[in-house]
Design a protein. Structure first.
Length: 200
């Protein structure tokens, strides 16, 4: 699949409270006193239940054609991804997950609608922060070699179908992530993506 897979164990990613509030308010900036009951407790519970891990590997880009991106052992059928990776000589594929405990925490709160909503938003922001952390590190690594890293592009973005999630689970079996119904990843708080490297 990939010559070298690198792993980052027990990442210390934490959800930003402002981002969680924005997600809860559907993008509307929270005002003074606009903090839901149990908000801070929920953030602490999510932090305690999250066991963030990340795996990644870099692959040569064999070719980029309109609508197709060919890697050594996989072809992505996506016009949007092909535009993003145009001119890239390599690409980094990654997966980050918070592990199964966070799913159990969120699921156990279904009887309390407000707590369930906060926990879910905080968990989503936590795994997104892991992806943002990785993006920042890829940017630095690319710049050190005279390249520029593209923004992350994930299955479900644009026309890159969720069926591609199966390839990521095969590529990174050590993270214990599987594909469920509708190509949803299990554990649910898991993010995959592709970051291209383009020479400056």
């Amino acid at each position: 699949m990939c010559s070298t897979i690198s792993c980052v164990e027990e990442m210390l990613c934490r959800a930003d409270a402002g981002r969680v509030l924005s997600r809860l308010r559907r993008g509307r900036k929270a005002g003074p006193g606009d903090v839901p009951r149990g908000f801070r407790e929920a953030l602490l519970d999510v932090a305690a239940a999250s066991h963030a891990r990340l795996a990644f590997c870099r692959q040569a880009v064999v070719s980029v054609r309109p609508g197709l991106v060919e890697l050594p052992r996989h072809v992505f059928d996506s016009a949007d991804l092909s535009k993003r990776l145009e001119g890239c000589s390599s690409a980094t594929l990654f997966m980050t997950t918070l592990g199964p405990d966070i799913d159990s925490l969120v699921s156990a709160a279904r009887g309390d609608a407000l707590r369930h909503l906060i926990l879910d938003a905080a968990a989503s922001e936590t795994v997104e922060e892991c992806a943002r952390w990785f993006q920042r590190n890829e940017k630095k690594a690319a710049e050190a070699t005279g390249s520029r890293a593209t923004a992350r592009f994930s299955p479900g973005f644009g026309d890159l179908g969720l069926e591609n999630q199966a390839y990521f689970t095969q590529l990174f079996p050590g993270l214990g992530v599987t594909v469920g119904e509708g190509f949803m990843l299990v554990p649910l708080k898991t993010v995959t993506g592709v970051v291209g490297w383009r020479k400056l």
